[in-house]
Design a protein. Structure first.
Length: 296
């Protein structure tokens, strides 16, 4: 941690990945650091700044913040963005507070500069806007499982930073042709390990622009769209083959069986086993492949 000059009050600069409070979980991916942390008791934190720009999502509790001439009070389900280097002082509420924090490495600032954007201005979302729900999805994807999928993480981050940078969106009512090409590519190759860089290169547009326009015209993010396609393919395999769940997980592009099962349950509201035992009892028997029988 760095300190101010001797004649001035001490001010901490928190390095990447560092926060006041107890760290519950932390991971790093796609040039971002994801941290879940909590304060269990009320306290006033020292004035400080952060080395990296960051988003903060309040999951529980209340806290106050003072930076510059502004003083604000924040409640649960509020999102804040703060650029790096801004000095501020926080006060934890009477029942503590629980945060999800996303710090951005400089690579994201460089990425935004390519499409004439920047992250120089603070931002608050306390009205349940799109930024809140994007952060919730990122929280689930980045810290909710053991194998966060890079394309899901990076596409959500692209949407989030594009929103914070206030980048303009396509103004037309019809989907651009490059987006239709991207959708065709996802339908054909959704079981492959695709990257956002590959998709944006094929489309001929910036990755941040691709992610935001994709949601505008499809109603979901790229990662969610791919998961739905993969689960549809998995349902077809469950209904027509005797492949094991592990084989189906691998065939449809998931990291492992547990990742596949979580995605299947989230989208269909049932486990693969329940789908196989219940729904498929109403249709014709499956055809064995390579002598394999049953699900394991």
């Amino acid at each position: 941690m760095s300190t101010a000059i001797a004649s001035a009050p001490l001010q901490k600069t928190l390095s990447a990945g560092s926060f006041f409070g107890a760290i519950q979980k932390r991971s790093e991916q796609s040039s971002a650091i994801f941290t879940e942390l909590s304060h269990t008791a009320p306290r006033k934190l020292p004035e400080h700044s952060h080395e990296l720009s960051f988003f903060a999502l309040i999951l529980h509790g209340r806290y106050g913040e003072r930076f510059g001439r502004e003083q604000k009070q924040f409640s649960p389900f509020t999102v804040m963005f703060r650029p790096s280097g801004i000095a501020h002082q926080d006060e934890i509420g009477p029942h503590g507070v629980h945060f999800f924090e996303v710090e951005l490495r400089p690579a994201w600032q460089i990425c935004l500069a390519d499409c004439s954007g920047n992250l120089h201005a603070p931002l608050n979302d306390d009205r349940g806007g799109q930024l809140l729900w994007l952060l919730f999805q990122l929280y689930e994807v980045s810290l909710g499982g053991s194998h966060p999928e890079p394309l899901c993480v990076e596409s959500l981050l692209s949407e989030i930073v594009g929103h914070a940078a206030r980048l303009p969106l396509e103004s037309g009512k019809q989907a651009p042709r490059w987006l239709l090409r991207t959708i065709d590519q996802l339908r054909a190759e959704h079981c492959r390990k695709l990257t956002l860089g590959q998709l944006s290169q094929e489309a001929g547009v910036h990755s941040v622009h691709l992610s935001r326009v994709f949601r505008r015209f499809t109603g979901c993010g790229i990662g969610e769209y791919i998961h739905r396609l993969r689960i549809r393919t998995a349902c077809e395999l469950l209904s027509t083959t005797e492949l094991t769940l592990a084989d189906i997980s691998f065939a449809t592009g998931f990291a492992d069986q547990s990742h596949f099962t979580r995605a299947f349950r989230r989208i269909t509201r049932m486990t693969p086993r329940k789908f196989s035992a219940g729904f498929l009892s109403l249709v014709e028997p499956r055809v064995p492949i390579n002598g394999k029988r049953g699900l394991i």
